[in-house]
Design a protein around this ligand. Structure first.
Ligand SMILES: Cc1ncc(COP(=O)(O)O)c(C=O)c1O
Length: 465
């Protein structure tokens, strides 16, 4: 943990947090009673709470601390930039050194035609900014009717008004409003819960047919873009059938519908490559959005990588004296960009993508052994992006009642044993720092083995099984 030991008054902190911090995605029925666990220290694959309990971080913070915790050299790069020049505008023909360097580096790492970068402060903002830019692009092309965005049920694209409208996880928008007539949600690609009796190939045909039917119904002239995560993350680490993304892109291309890959989670090594779109899924998106692993969570940052063809339009003034009037005070923030540059340097220097390619399949294999537990219906995902789906009945795939809080139970049992994983409804998600080695995988799977056994026993004791 950090060399300079700070002590915390755990009780006072807990109270301040409970009284004043409105947390994202918090179940207030639990929060009012229990408050939050405060995580105050970190090092490598570990984090520590305010009581001094140490845990293996199984979620990389929130799918983002890809290079692991406590990287002094990232902190140093940020401190140097902050003391030299913490901030200056990037509007009106001004720029700064880290933003210029990072834009060029991202263009080098991204698929060939994505050479232009629009910076934002995170994933939601990147997706939000993208939709505005896409609409502007088609307006400029003289095709202002191309407005509708095709997204998918169970997709997660963030929580600005626009990003929440793209998001297809129904419960995320309970009693919130979304924008009308902007987004059509197609089916998610979910191999585990595909229609009974359908082969993987038939399922792929079925999803591509649905896209074609939607285009016929809405009219290609009214559709601007299709947005998709290469593997759906928060929606449950949902794996698409083989060939799905490339075929969806082909249909989009034939209808002049832009293909946007939301690589906020899959980017920066999680699947063993800086970007998964081309390397893993054989697609060449018109736009890739990234955030999270871009700076490994050391500073807020998002980036929209834009193709040469789109840039040609965006980069031409719409009228005399006109400007591209969009962007944020902190677009290309120098301290965040300095963090991202150092983060990328570490990923390259330490061969972190190579580690994911080597350890990832081992992690997948070992995790599959958990399928022996009575409530584990599916273990899925790829490399360092994995989920376990809990069920009441493996044969029918029926879920346990919501009141059983099975995901919470498993996560609590794991935490008791020194591992933090993420509960999402009836699922448990693992998205570790990309520096886990095989020994760590073995320890984690041993903990999970015990956690699932304890969960089964408690579900039985409470009459849920
Ligand atoms: C695929 C995807 N897109 C966008 C977002 C939103 O990013 P942020 O929380 O940085 O706004 C997330 C966050 O989890 C995500 O998983």
């Amino acid at each position: 943990m950090s060399t300079e030991t700070r002590t915390y008054d755990a009780q006072a902190l807990w109270q301040k947090d409970k009284d004043h911090f409105i947390h994202p995605f918090t179940d207030f029925s639990l929060f009012h009673e229990k408050g939050c666990d405060l995580i105050v220290d970190s090092d490598g694959i570990y984090v520590e709470d305010a009581h001094g309990n140490r845990f293996i971080d199984g979620i990389a913070g929130l799918w983002c601390v890809n290079v692991g915790h406590g990287r002094a050299e990232i902190g140093q790069a940020m401190a140097e930039q902050a003391t030299r020049m913490a901030y200056f505008s990037t509007f009106n023909n001004l720029s700064n050194a880290p933003a210029a360097e990072l834009a060029a580096k991202l263009a080098e790492l991204a698929p060939a035609n994505l050479n232009h970068v629009f910076f934002s402060c995170g994933g939601s903002a990147a997706n939000d900014a993208t939709i505005r830019l896409v609409h502007y692009y088609f307006n400029r092309l003289g095709k202002p009717s191309k407005k509708r965005i095709l997204s998918r049920r169970n997709a997660y694209h963030g929580t600005t008004y626009l990003a929440a409208t793209l998001t297809g996880i129904e419960s995320n928008n309970w009693d919130f409003d979304t924008l009308d007539h902007l987004v059509t949600h197609l089916s998610e690609a979910n191999l585990y819960r595909r229609p009974k009796g359908m082969s993987e190939a038939e399922y792929c045909d079925h999803l591509v047919d649905e896209l074609e039917e939607s285009i016929t119904e809405i009219g290609a002239d009214n559709i601007a873009a299709f947005i998709a995560e290469p593997i759906m993350g928060a929606g449950g680490v949902l794996m698409a059938p083989c060939g799905y993304h490339a075929r969806m892109q082909a249909v989009c291309r034939a209808n002049e519908i832009l293909f946007i890959a939301d690589e906020v989670v899959t980017g920066f090594g999680r699947l063993g490559h800086f970007f998964a779109s081309e390397a893993v899924f054989d697609t060449q998106p018109d736009i890739i959005n990234c955030a999270k692993g871009l700076s490994s969570g050391y500073a807020p940052l998002g980036a929209t990588l834009i193709s040469d063809a789109i840039y040609e339009v965006l980069g031409t003034p719409q009228r005399k004296g006109g400007v591209l009037s969009t962007g944020f005070t902190y677009s290309g923030h120098p301290v965040s960009c300095a963090a991202a540059l150092k983060n990328i340097e570490i990923i390259e220097r330490e061969g972190i993508c190579e580690n994911v390619l080597e350890v990832g399949p081992y992690l997948e294999r070992k995790l599959k052994s958990l399928a022996q537990h009575e409530t584990v219906g599916d273990v899925r995902g790829s490399h360092f992006m994995l989920a376990i789906e809990n069920v009441a009945d493996k044969a029918t795939r029926a879920l346990l009642p919501v009141e059983a809080r099975v995901g919470d139970r498993v996560a609590a049992e794991a935490q008791k044993r020194g591992l933090i994983i993420r509960p999402v409804g009836h699922l448990n998600i693992l998205s570790p720092p990309l520096i886990w080695d095989r020994d760590t995988v073995d320890r984690v799977v041993d903990i999970l083995d015990e956690a699932f056994a304890a969960t089964t026993a408690s579900l039985r004791a409470d009459g849920f099984l």
